[in-house]
Write a protein that binds this ligand. Structure first.
Ligand code: SAH
Ligand code: SF4
Length: 356
C-alpha cells in the first residue's frame, strides 16, 4: 500500500518535495481544494506529479454508502485501500441564524465524528464495533482523510470552523502514534488549521495512555467513557476495566493538562436497570468531586441480540436532575440521526448483513 500525501505535516512534505514552495502549493490542493488526485493539481508540473505518483496516493478513502437523517446528520461508510470499511458522521450542532432581511448572521455549526481503528480491541459489551473484533489501526492519513472527505462532500470551505470528536469506531488511545500525528496535521496553519481546543479524544479509559496523551501537550480535550460507578459493573461493560479501574482513570484525569476554562467530559451510557438508578447518580457525584467535570448522559441504543435495553426517559431525566441539583453540569445527548442507525458500528453492521 502506498502512503497518502495526507500522512505528512507541511515540514515533512517540504523535506521530501523540492523546491519547497511546491510542497506548500500541494498542501493547498489537499486542504483548501480537497483534491482527490494529482490531475486536479493544476499548477504543479506534470513531471513532479508523475514522480510523486510513483510513491504516493492522494485520497485513501472511497465512499461506499451515505445515509442522510432528517435532523441533518449524515453518516458515511468509507472503504479503505485494503477494502476494509469504517464510518464517519457529520453532525449539525447548531442551525444557521438569519436576520429579518434573510441575511445569515451566524453560520451553522458542525462536528465530525471520526474513526481511529477498523474494529476495536476493547470489546465493550454494549458496543457493536466490538462485535467484529479488531482488524487494524488506521493510518494518520486515513484519520485526516475522513475530515477532508466530509468537508468536501458538504461544500464546507477550508476556513470555516469545524469540531472533531474521536468517537467513531475504535479506541483512539490504542492508536496513539497515528492519532497524535493526525491531530498535528489537523492543526497545520497552512492546512485545515483546527486547533487542539476543537478536537476531543474520547477514551474508554486506558489510564496510562491518558497520561501519555497529556505529556504530548497537544491542547486537545478528553472525554472519558465512564458508563459505570463501581468496578464490578464497569468490568462487565468494559472488560479492560480490570487493568484500568475507575480510580486509576480518575487519577489520570486529575493529572491531565486541562484548559482552565474547560471541563473534562464524562460520558455515561445509561442502560435500563443496570446503571439508571439514583444510587448510581449519587455515587457519580461523589466520584467526580474535585474535578471540573461535565457529564453527558447517553441513551443506550439497542441493536439485535443485545441483552441491554434503552432506559426510560423519565429515569434519564431524574438522573440528570439529581446531578444538576448536586452541582454537576449535565446534558443528555440527543440521539442525532436516530433514524439512520445512529450509534457507532451500526451502519457497518447493517451493510455487512445486506451483503450477506
Ligand atoms: N472507543 C472510544 C471512542 C469511540 S466509542 C470510547 O469508548 O470512548 C463511541 C461512543 O459510542 C462511545 O461514547 C460509546 O459509549 C458509544 N456507544 C457505543 N455503543 C453504543 C450503543 N449501543 N448505544 C449508544 N452509544 C453507544
Ligand atoms: Fe471500542 Fe469504544 Fe466500542 Fe468500547 S465503546 S468497544 S472502546 S469503540
Amino acid at each position: 500500500m502506498k502512503p497518502s500525501l495526507l500522512d505528512f505535516t507541511l515540514k515533512e512534505l517540504q523535506a521530501n518535495i523540492k523546491p519547497s514552495f511546491r510542497a506548500k502549493q500541494i498542501y493547498g490542493w489537499l486542504y483548501h481544494n480537497y483534491a482527490q488526485n494529482f490531475d486536479q493539481m493544476k499548477n504543479i508540473p506534470q513531471v513532479l506529479k508523475n514522480e510523486l505518483a510513483k510513491s504516493y496516493i492522494v485520497d485513501p478513502l472511497k465512499v461506499v454508502k451515505k445515509e442522510i437523517s432528517n435532523d441533518g446528520t449524515i453518516k458515511y461508510l468509507f472503504e479503505l485501500q485494503d477494502a476494509k470499511t469504517i464510518e464517519t458522521v457529520w453532525l449539525k450542532m447548531k442551525d444557521e441564524l438569519k436576520d429579518e432581511d434573510g441575511n445569515v448572521t451566524q453560520e451553522a455549526k458542525y462536528t465530525i465524528c471520526v474513526s481511529t481503528q477498523v474494529g476495536c480491541k476493547v470489546g465493550c459489551a454494549f458496543c457493536l464495533t466490538a462485535k467484529g473484533g479488531f482488524t487494524r489501526d488506521l493510518t494518520a492519513a486515513e484519520i485526516v482523510a475522513q475530515v477532508v472527505a466530509l468537508k468536501r462532500d458538504n461544500d464546507h470551505k477550508h476556513n470555516r470552523m469545524i469540531n472533531i470528536v474521536y468517537m467513531g469506531m475504535g479506541e483512539p488511545l490504542d492508536n496513539l502514534a497515528n492519532l497524535s500525528r493526525a491531530i498535528e496535521i489537523f492543526k497545520e496553519e497552512e492546512g485545515l488549521c483546527i486547533s487542539g481546543k476543537r478536537q476531543t479524544v474520547s477514551t474508554s479509559g486506558l489510564s496510562n495512555k491518558i497520561d501519555r496523551l497529556g505529556e504530548m501537550d497537544l491542547g486537545v480535550h478528553i472525554a472519558i467513557s465512564l458508563h459505570a460507578v463501581d468496578d464490578e459493573l464497569r468490568t462487565e461493560l468494559i472488560p479492560m476495566n480490570k487493568a484500568h479501574n475507575i480510580s486509576s482513570i480518575i487519577e489520570a484525569v486529575k493529572r491531565f493538562p486541562i484548559d482552565t476554562r474547560k471541563r473534562v467530559m464524562f460520558e455515561y451510557l445509561v442502560i435500563k436497570d443496570k446503571n439508571d438508578d439514583l444510587g448510581s447518580a449519587k455515587k457519580l457525584v461523589k466520584l467526580l468531586t474535585g474535578i471540573k467535570a461535565k457529564v453527558n448522559l447517553i441513551y443506550f441504543n439497542p441493536y439485535p441480540d443485545t441483552p441491554y435495553e434503552r432506559p426510560h426517559k423519565s429515569d434519564m431525566i431524574a438522573f440528570q436532575e439529581y446531578l444538576i441539583n448536586h452541582g454537576l453540569l449535565c446534558t443528555i445527548r440527543d440521539s442525532k440521526g436516530i433514524d439512520i442507525s445512529a450509534a457507532c458500528g451500526q451502519l457497518k453492521e447493517q451493510t455487512q448483513n445486506e451483503l450477506k
